[in-house]
Design a protein around this ligand. Sequence first.
Ligand code: C5P
Length: 398
Amino acid sequence: MLAGKRILLIVGGGIAAFKSLDLIRRLRERGATVTPVLTRAAEEFVTPLSTSALAGQKVYRDLFDLTDEAEMGHIELSRAADLVVVAPATADLMGKMAGGLANDLASTLLMATDKRVLIAPAMNVRMWEHPATQRNLATLKGDGVLTVGPDVGDMACGEHGPGRMSEPLAIVDAVEAALLDGPLKGKHVLVTSGPTHEPIDPVRYIANRSSGAQGTAIARSLAALGANVTFVTGPADVPPPLGVKVVKVQTASEMKEAVDAALPADAAVFAAAVADWRVANASGSKMKKDGSGNAPALEFTENPDILAGVSQMKKDRPKLVVGFAAETDDVQANATAKRKRKGCDWIVANDVSPETGIMGGSENAVTIISDEGAESWPRLTKDQVAAKIAAKIAGALA
Ligand code: C5P
């Protein structure tokens, strides 16, 4: 909850500005007061009137607006808030912040504030990946600026990749984490994520299509609720979240070792798509064609079941163990059986048939199976699913 918290929301000029209107609504739903500031470019995307109507507040727009200066100077405005949020943070705004420019109201407030600043970057993929933006990002992080996103996905400009502004609910999570001692403060939560790569030889491996998006979003949401998160990740497509302890692994065996090393934990979420088998006769040097036309025969051996191992620990078992069941048929029946077999407390079941577009996509439709039965959630973004799972975990550990 953000009751009584005051947010100064600086809206930059990008297509994602429309999402900031929803962000205002979400922040206010949680009890925050939102004072919006629009850059001139932002006014090309959202109107001062709609922004002000949603915020229930005056919108600040111009550094030289004398009435505002009479009511509240820009220094005071920058300090009256508990947190300054920049959403969307465009490449231009990030550049100004990193360079210390103060040539309009938004950049002046950002220079004058004595409060923490959280930015939600949003821009074209190439602009995000540009060395100048990455340099500015590193500078801002070094200055203590908090970040949320950007997400990977399809963009309004037709390209695909990192650059989409985080969803409003994910930004709200980050705001809560920045302002509050969340309900998971003091709790250690272990999260596994991503695929594993099982070597055939030093250059070839067996893998699966997991992007790591759902596990990453869960780790981010748990951290946003104040948890101390250890994030054990295979080679995922998405970068690990900020504010968690990251342990990078390649194989299932390495993942098991990392999990064992990270325990004890209050809760453990096994979102990784761990390979069930590894190549038993993996070669230490690159395998070559021998001209005979015979392909090498790979032999497989079963990988350790990390989830089952932790679920069935006799001593120091995490209070809550959550597994995933990615199924293509009879999702609920298979997941219910899997929960029994593995011994975990909850199974988050989803249908990963290709036609659902869930594996590697940005949305998920899950059913949570627990002692209390099956609870199906509607199709949501992976960030929204993550926020709901994190909140449910917080409830269970309370
Ligand atoms: O048996 P299956 O792979 O379908 O089970 C999926 C669940 O078990 C996921 O939570 C996954 O992270 C976990 N798992 C594991 N170690 C394995 C295989 C699966 O932790 N070797």
